[in-house]
Design a protein around this ligand. Sequence first.
Ligand code: NAP
Length: 292
Amino acid sequence: MNKKTIIITGVSRGIGKAIAQKFMEEGFNVVGVSRRKPKYKITHYIQADLTEEDSREKVIDETVRRFGRIDILVNNAGIGIYESWEDMSIKELLKVFEVDFFAPVHLTQLALPYIKESKGTVINISSVAGELYVPYKSGYTAAKHALHAFSETLRMETKEYGINVITVTVGNVKTGFTLSAYGTKNPILLPFPGKRKELADKIYNAYIKRKSKLTYPSWYRAFIIFSKLFPKGYEHIIMRIWDRSFKKKRAIRQFQENLYGLNKTLKVVKYDKKSEVKYSKFSGSKQLKILK
Ligand SMILES: NC(=O)c1ccc[n+]([C@@H]2O[C@H](COP(=O)([O-])OP(=O)(O)OC[C@H]3O[C@@H](n4cnc5c(N)ncnc54)[C@H](OP(=O)(O)O)[C@@H]3O)[C@@H](O)[C@H]2O)c1
């Protein structure tokens, strides 16, 4: 019998790489898609920019020509945008929607005839930002909410063909994701990041057990439920977190500016408990003097 074939987008690094390696271990034909070539062993690599419609068609055509079947499609490739709505560039927002939403929808449409034939699976890698409202991650939140809605309704519409759809809600996993995001409002670093390999194992288990949802790390489920039950409490907490984070980041930026501007006498900025930015001076000795 032919080996099962899985298409995974965004395989050059991060979560996509871990999923590709897991399915390689499990003996699948793994077709990986990204703009940069992965630096590990994969059955077949297709270079594609998923913002382009032609590239999406190439991914499905090439896979079917080469392997004759599609059993699983993993819509993993994604990009973030961290900006306020006021300052958001529409050009960048469109790019985010192309990668995070339109590419998954289009690839699924193109792959669906083959996935129907194999009674296969579509796995959409979403985010807690697809279930929570996160300020300054606003564009990304909107794109992941759209992906989430697509994923959940796709399951209902394709159940009659024996297709399973898994929506994966990822909380925080250490990858280069935040570095490649658009925008100026760099996100806060969330505590207790999960591990890529563990997530890939859980995705594989969810596929085998034909689960419909997976949240990783699992404690994010409690946070999501809290936000639905106590929306005002959630809004208060999330705004406080951002407020503190912005002040801290502003202080660090100021520190860096002073550092480069003052040559040997360094001026540093310290963030105090009452959310006030205070200036500190450090010159020669290790003593730290608060200037206010
Ligand atoms: N890491 C987290 O904490 C976290 C949290 C929630 C959700 N997620 C979701 O998990 C998924 C994977 O994220 P990650 O953390 O692994 O991020 P990552 O390390 O930045 O990897 C993103 C992947 O997407 C690919 N990609 C980006 N734009 C592309 C384009 N235009 N065409 C083709 N491929 C493109 C990148 O490859 P090239 O640059 O080579 O094209 C890369 O392989 C994303 O959907 C993200 O939203 C991650």
